[in-house]
Write a protein that binds this ligand. Structure first.
Ligand code: 2P0
Length: 330
C-alpha cells in the first residue's frame, strides 16, 4: 500500500481540490510515551508492531501556519530553512502527497527543541495535518486526521488530543485501523518534569534506531509481550491513580526500549553521562522515599513522572527542571 492510496481513500472526492483559505494555522501538543512505539511492521505507512500509550504535554508543542503564496518557503521559529535540507524535503514530500501542484509556505513555531528527542515530529506532523484540514476545508474527523498524521510520523497520531492517548496498532495492511484514541481519565496532580541534558539534534534518528532494533537486537522478540503486559498495567495505574505502578511500568518500559537500542548493531546509546547521573539520582531519591520515576525517549533528556506534592523537594535536586501539568485547567 502506498501513502497516496491511503490519502485518496480518506479524502475521497476532496482529493486534488485547491485550498479554500489563503492561510491556516493550527497547534498540536507534543506527547511523551509511557509505553513506547518502537518498531514498525510497515515502514512506508508507519504501522507499528505494537500499540503504545502517551501523555500529551499541554502547551508544549508546535504551531504550523500554512500560506498559499506560491513561494515554497519554510521558516522555523522565524529562521528560513533550506527546502533541500532533510527537514525541508520531509515536509514538502508529505504535503505533496495531498496536493502536488500548490506551492505553499510553512511557518513553524515550536517551543520544544527540534530533533532532540522531545517528540518534535509528533507535534509537527499533528499540527500540519490539522492546518491542512482547515486550509482545504476537508472537515475530517480526529480519527482520520490521526491516520494522516501517522503517515507523516508514527507518534504524531497521538498528538491530536490532550491527556492520556492510546495508539492501537491495528492489523490491516492499509493501516485504516491504526490510529490513536484519547483515554477519558484525568489526573490533576500528575506532573511531568523535563530535565534537558542537551538541545543538540540527535545523532541517530528514532526511525533508523527502531528499524535497527527490529532487525538486529537479539531481544526484540521479547518486546511485543513486554508492551502487552505494560499496557495493561499502565491502564490499571491510570484508572486507580496509582503513581508507583504508573512510574515503575513507564520507567521499566523506557529502559527496555533503550536496551533494544544498545543491543542493536551497529551499537548506539542515546544517553549522555548526565543522563546516567540523573537516573542514579532518581533511584537514590526513591530509596529515600520520594515517589519519582523517569522515562526517556530517543535522546539524552529525561522526563520525570511525579505528583504535585513531590515538586518542592524535587526542585531542590533538579533546580532547572521544567514542570508541566498535563491536566491543569481540564
Ligand atoms: C514513542 N518514539 O513512542 C517513541 C519512543 C521515540 C521513543 O515515536 O519513523 O518520530 O516518524 O514513525 O514517531 C519517535 O519516533 O518515528 C517515537 P517515525 P517517530 O514516542
Amino acid at each position: 500500500m502506498k501513502k497516496q492510496d491511503i490519502i485518496k481513500a480518506i479524502l475521497g472526492n476532496r482529493y486534488g481540490k485547491s485550498p479554500v483559505l489563503p492561510s491556516a494555522t493550527a497547534f498540536a501538543s507534543t506527547n511523551i510515551a509511557l509505553c513506547k512505539y518502537w518498531g514498525k511492521r510497515d515502514a512506508e505507512l508507519n504501522l507499528p508492531i505494537t500499540p503504545s500509550l502517551s501523555i500529551s504535554l499541554e502547551q508544549k508543542g508546535t504551531t504550523t501556519e500554512i500560506q498559499v503564496n506560491g513561494l515554497n518557503r519554510i521558516t522555523v521559529n522565524g529562521q528560513p530553512i533550506e527546502n533541500r535540507s532533510s527537514f525541508g524535503k520531509r515536509l514538502f514530500e508529505y504535503v505533496s502527497l495531498f496536493d502536488p501542484n500548490e506551492p505553499l509556505s510553512f511557518h513553524i513555531q515550536s517551543n520544544i527543541p527540534i530533533g532532540a528527542g522531545l517528540a518534535s515530529s509528533a507535534s509537527g506532523f499533528a499540527s500540519l495535518a490539522l492546518a491542512l484540514n482547515q486550509l482545504y476545508n476537508w472537515r475530517l474527523t480526529l480519527k482520520e486526521l490521526s491516520i494522516l498524521a501517522r503517515i507523516g510520523s508514527g507518534s504524531a497520531c497521538r498528538s491530536l488530543w490532550q491527556g492520556f492517548v492510546e495508539w492501537e496498532a491495528g492489523s490491516n495492511p492499509d493501516g485504516m485501523d491504526s490510529f490513536a484514541k484519547p483515554l477519558p481519565q484525568i489526573w490533576p496532580d500528575l506532573c511531568i518534569g523535563v530535565l534537558m541534558h542537551s538541545h543538540a539534534e540527535k545523532k541517530l534518528s528514532s526511525r533508523e534506531a527502531m528499524n535497527r532494533s527490529v532487525k538486529t537486537s537479539p531481544f526484540y522478540s521479547s518486546w511485543p509481550s513486554k508492551v502487552a503486559h505494560d499496557l495493561i498495567q499502565i491502564k490499571q495505574a491510570i484508572q486507580s491513580k496509582d503513581l508507583p505502578l504508573l512510574g515503575q511500568i513507564a520507567e521499566s518500559n523506557a529502559l527496555a526500549m533503550h536496551a533494544l537500542v544498545q543491543s542493536s548493531w551497529p551499537p548506539f546509546s542515546y544517553s549522555l553521562p548526565q543522563t546516567l547521573e540523573a537516573m542514579q539520582k532518581i533511584w537514590s531519591l526513591r530509596q529515600e522515599g520520594l515517589e519519582v520515576y523517569f522515562t526517556q525517549d530517543a535522546g539524552p533528556n529525561l522526563k520525570l513522572i511525579f505528583m504535585e506534592q513531590t515538586l518542592t523537594p524535587l526542585l531542590q535536586v533538579f533546580p532547572h527542571m521544567e514542570v508541566i501539568r498535563p491536566f491543569v485547567g481540564k
